[in-house]
Write a protein that binds this ligand. Sequence first.
Ligand SMILES: Cc1cc2nc3c(=O)[nH]c(=O)nc-3n(C[C@H](O)[C@H](O)[C@H](O)COP(=O)(O)OP(=O)(O)OC[C@H]3O[C@@H](n4cnc5c(N)ncnc54)[C@H](O)[C@@H]3O)c2cc1C
Length: 307
Amino acid sequence: MIRVDINVGDIVKKINISGQVKLHEPMSRHTSFKIGGPADIYTVPADEADIVLIAGVAQSEGVPLFVLGDGANILVSDKGIRGIVLDMSQFAAIQVKGQQLHCGAGAEISDAAEIAAQHALSGLEFIYKMPGSVGGALWMNARCYGQSISEVPGTVHYLDDMLDHQDLTLPDPRFAYKKSPFQGSRAVLLSLDLSLQTADQTAIWSRMQEVRDDRRRKGHFEYPSAGSVFKNNRNFGMPSGQILDELGLRGLRRGGAQIAPFHANIIINNGTASAEDVRDLILHAQELAYKKRNIVLEPEVRLVGDW
Ligand SMILES: Cc1cc2nc3c(=O)[nH]c(=O)nc-3n(C[C@H](O)[C@H](O)[C@H](O)COP(=O)(O)OP(=O)(O)OC[C@H]3O[C@@H](n4cnc5c(N)ncnc54)[C@H](O)[C@@H]3O)c2cc1C
């Protein structure tokens, strides 16, 4: 049973960790949208023992736990997040051993691609410059340029709902388009060991530059956003962005939020957007797509916190 009227003071006393604990931390500091109200208890564990303790307290106290990667795929409510946020940023080590790349879940997935390239290892070029952590990429089964992260051979190390260690070997048939077996569970992803291929370094860098330049051209880094708002679906017959475009939604504003003038499937924060502004645009787009085209658009961006 999840309690929402949590006694922050009592719970914080139980979180004796070597990492950091902050109260009422604004989530706008931790999301690519630069939006989001305060998290009741914001923790930055320093080691695995800290993670186990934090997750254990959340379970024994019956309060929600939200595991935060880089915050690049979430829209956090203006009212913030009740319960505990567990920030994985200290688990950012990346090590190379032969053709194996060991990545902490809090490492940037793009840094992993860059370090692989420095060692002439191929397999992660497609995901270069995609925002987000290794854990977030796995949880979301991030996909770009025709490839998903779960298609790269490797092993995911994680804590399951009972906080026991588990390994999952990739590829695994439970992953699908933007779906992973971790969604709907309380798993905390700890690290990923990837088996990459030795290849020509010039070719690796050249592919990475191509995808980086493509993202730049598409305006990905110009404004705060969370990338694509809606998932694509083959049954629609066209990308979700094109549907929204044809519905005339490009450029539409709500408060400080706007459907990007350069891409109808991206919502941007012009500097003053609230989470409500962004959500209004999401709901409006969904309503219109359903009314005019009988299409149910499924958000890819996760709405998190106290709505
Ligand atoms: C400019 C831009 C471009 C983008 N382009 C793409 C793209 O091409 N393809 C694509 O797929 N996405 C894209 N995205 C979205 C985003 O980059 C990905 O979804 C990314 O994988 C999110 O990672 P994150 O670490 O930021 O996850 P977060 O946003 O922090 O979290 C997302 C989910 O993962 C969970 N999670 C994160 N880490 C862990 C962990 N260690 N253990 C358990 N659960 C965890 C969180 O609880 C949450 O439910 C883009 C975003 C931006 C801003």
